[in-house]
Design a protein around this ligand. Structure first.
Ligand SMILES: NC(=O)c1ccc[n+]([C@@H]2O[C@H](COP(=O)([O-])OP(=O)(O)OC[C@H]3O[C@@H](n4cnc5c(N)ncnc54)[C@H](OP(=O)(O)O)[C@@H]3O)[C@@H](O)[C@H]2O)c1
Length: 295
């Protein structure tokens, strides 16, 4: 496993991390604590130390709860990045980026994760209007001063958003999470230059284009109704699957599609880590291999 500096945070993160939206049970599979424990213990053996989650991944912070139990007793070995402001899944309502509500979300995340601190606390794909709120970032800075948060991050919605990455320094943000993969490369023009300028740590999400870069899906594939991919119109899905299949035509013959797709993101020095979403031990082991591939 290779490690990179997460920008100005100086945290050393494994270049392959764990994406845990899947633990919410909305990717056509339900998880239980036993399975999550197995995944975390294998991830630790493989040298993985970065995990991405959010308060809204599952009802009542389900993904965070699984993670909290899995890392209990070895919290300090993990770099936990979670998110606020998008909690359609719990009782606080839909758009919750008002400072007093974010504070409630933070306390609930600390509780679910069974920890006193969050390593990277990210805004969760908010609109520019919600982002541009001095009061919010001032409140969050106080949480950093209080030791509840180590670093502030922003997981931007669309990768073509320049407004938010540009203003990271102004709001004390040191980590940017963005969509970046073989078929969605916009971040190279929009996010990476600002990240370079402000020394932001970059986390690349959706590195497998929602699984389509694994090469296992063909246009016309119908996803289970409990799988988030079924929420998209079929025509859009087919377009994304086709784009992924075209990208895979360039794949070196000796590499598994998912391994190549993750490693392709990591060829950008500005990307500190990819966080492929995780559904099984086999996927975890395959994704981990990407870290040692240099393209
Ligand atoms: N707004 C935000 O902040 C935001 C939004 C989206 C995601 N995220 C974060 O980013 C993470 C990754 O994004 P994502 O899960 O949407 O997309 P992704 O990582 O591109 O795709 C994940 C899917 O790919 C498949 N997969 C994973 N590893 C594989 C392997 N080795 N071989 C074959 N298939 C494999 C799995 O689905 P199947 O096996 O069912 O195909 C998995 O559910 C999420 O878990 C979450 O932590 C954040």
């Amino acid at each position: 496993m290779q490690y990179r500096r997460l920008g100005k945070t100086e945290l050393s993160v494994s270049t392959v991390g764990l994406g845990t939206w899947q633990f919410a049970g909305v990717w056509g599979k339900q998880f239980d604590q036993r399975e999550v424990n197995r995944l975390f213990s294998r991830a630790a053996e493989l040298g993985i130390n970065l995990v991405d989650t959010a308060e809204c991944y599952g009802l009542d912070h389900l993904s965070e709860q699984f993670i909290g139990n899995a890392v209990a007793g070895q919290r300090e070995k993990w770099i936990i990045a979670t998110k606020f402001g998008h909690n359609s899944a719990n009782k606080l309502g839909d758009e919750n980026c008002q400072p007093e509500q974010v504070l409630l979300q933070l306390e609930a995340s600390l509780d679910a994760l069974q920890t006193d601190y969050i390593d990277v606390y990210q805004m969760h794909s908010a609109s520019n209007d919600l982002f541009d709120n001095d009061e919010l970032w001032t409140m969050l800075d106080k949480q950093v001063q209080a030791g509840k948060v180590r670093f502030l991050g922003n997981s931007i919605g669309r990768p073509n958003n320049k407004f938010q990455p540009k203003r990271s320094l102004e709001f004390g943000i040191s980590v940017i999470q963005t969509i970046y993969n073989l078929v969605k490369t916009q971040a190279e023009e929009t996010v990476f230059p600002f990240a370079q300028e402000q020394d932001l740590g970059v986390i690349a999400r959706v590195p497998l284009a929602s699984g389509f870069l694994s090469g296992k899906y063909q246009p016309g594939h119908e996803f289970d109704s409990h799988d988030v991919r079924s929420w998209r119109p079929q025509a859009g899905l087919d377009k994304e699957i086709n784009a992924a299949l075209v990208a895979l035509e360039q794949k070196p013959a000796d590499l598994e599609p998912a391994v190549w797709a993750n490693a392709w993101c990591l060829r950008q020095a500005r990307v500190a880590a990819v966080i492929p979403g995780l559904k099984s031990l086999g996927q975890l082991e395959l994704n981990a291999l990407s870290s040692d591939i240099s393209l």
